[in-house]
Design a protein around this ligand. Structure first.
Ligand code: 7PM
Length: 278
């Protein structure tokens, strides 16, 4: 497996697991009340995550989460492009753009983003061609249904096999479009059109995704599956988040997408100490 990704000139080293800090620039962001909506707060938050050890900052302007209202192209561009332009100067780690829209991918990479994080796995019209032309790494996430429909009784034959089969197909589509396999990151998409039982099976069987010999990204931070397990609000899901992250790291996960960067970095250090004995 390629252990280093060139993210638009900034290197993401995957020889050790890394933490992707979540920077939300949506006013309806579920766990931070949208206080990072404004540019200065976004910069401060990104700088803090970098100080805490984030190796990459993920910037999302469209609410891609289950149940979210779609955002217009111009609204999404207005939210994320100024943040990327500022962050390009303010931080030194690579920046990731969380979007499903090819126009946003293009503008974001032009502004300095170095990785495309697409919860729609480049299935939008023009997304594959655009990502191929931009030449940055892409994270392909699985989801069942759209943001509006995905929590209505998701069904799988075998969730691990189904998700893996979908991602294999998208990797093939990427290669056909001219995106090198070495540029692809896999993500099973925890919480996106999955029941609690589906999410738990995916975590138990995460090592199946590692067998593809591609980097694997895991996004479990504060998710509603933890709300269901713990009967806790998003702000009270840290211990559950870290527990799932540790289980993912034990199975070989490469990137943890996390709100709580310091705790996730400590989790990486601790699990790596167990794995390596030092
Ligand atoms: C409700 C549910 C609110 C989910 C917010 C979310 C992922 C992602 C998101 C993920 C990748 C969140 C999510 N989740 N991108 N974007 N993987 N690659 O926790 O799991 O921010 S949105």
């Amino acid at each position: 497996m390629i252990k280093q990704l060139d993210c638009n000139g900034r290197i993401l080293n995957l020889r050790t697991p890394q933490v992707m800090g979540i920077l939300n620039v949506t006013p309806d962001s579920f766990s931070d009340g949208g206080q990072y909506h404004f540019l200065d707060a976004a910069i401060r938050h990104a700088l803090q995550m970098q100080t805490e050890g984030a190796a990459i900052i993920d910037i999302g302007g469209e609410s891609t989460r289950p149940g979210a209202v779609p955002v217009s192209l111009n609204e999404e561009l207005d939210r994320v492009i100024p943040v990327i332009e500022k962050l390009k100067q303010a931080v030194h780690v690579p920046l990731s753009i969380d979007t499903i829209k090819p126009e946003v991918m293009r503008e974001a990479v032009a502004a300095g983003a170095g990785l495309i994080n697409d919860v729609n796995a480049l299935q939008a019209e023009g997304a594959l061609v655009t990502a191929a032309s931009l030449g940055v790494p892409v994270c392909l996430m699985h989801r069942q249904g759209t943001a509006q429909t995905m929590q209505t009784e998701p069904v799988y034959e075998d969730v691990t096999e189904d998700v893996l089969g979908f991602l294999r197909g998208r990797v093939a589509a990427c290669e056909h479009a001219g995106i090198a396999r070495e540029q692809v990151i896999l993500d099973p998409g925890f919480g996106f059109g999955k029941t609690l039982a589906h999410n738990m099976q995916l975590m138990r069987e995460l090592s199946a995704f590692l067998d593809e010999d591609l980097p694997v990204l895991v996004g479990v931070s504060r998710k509603s599956m933890l709300g269901a397990i713990l009967d806790a609000e998003p702000g009270q899901r840290l211990a559950g988040t870290i527990t799932l992250q540790a289980l993912a790291l034990m199975q070989g996960a490469h990137i943890l997408r996390s709100h709580d960067v310091k705790a996730a970095v400590d989790c990486v250090k601790t699990v790596m100490a167990v794995k390596t004995g030092m």
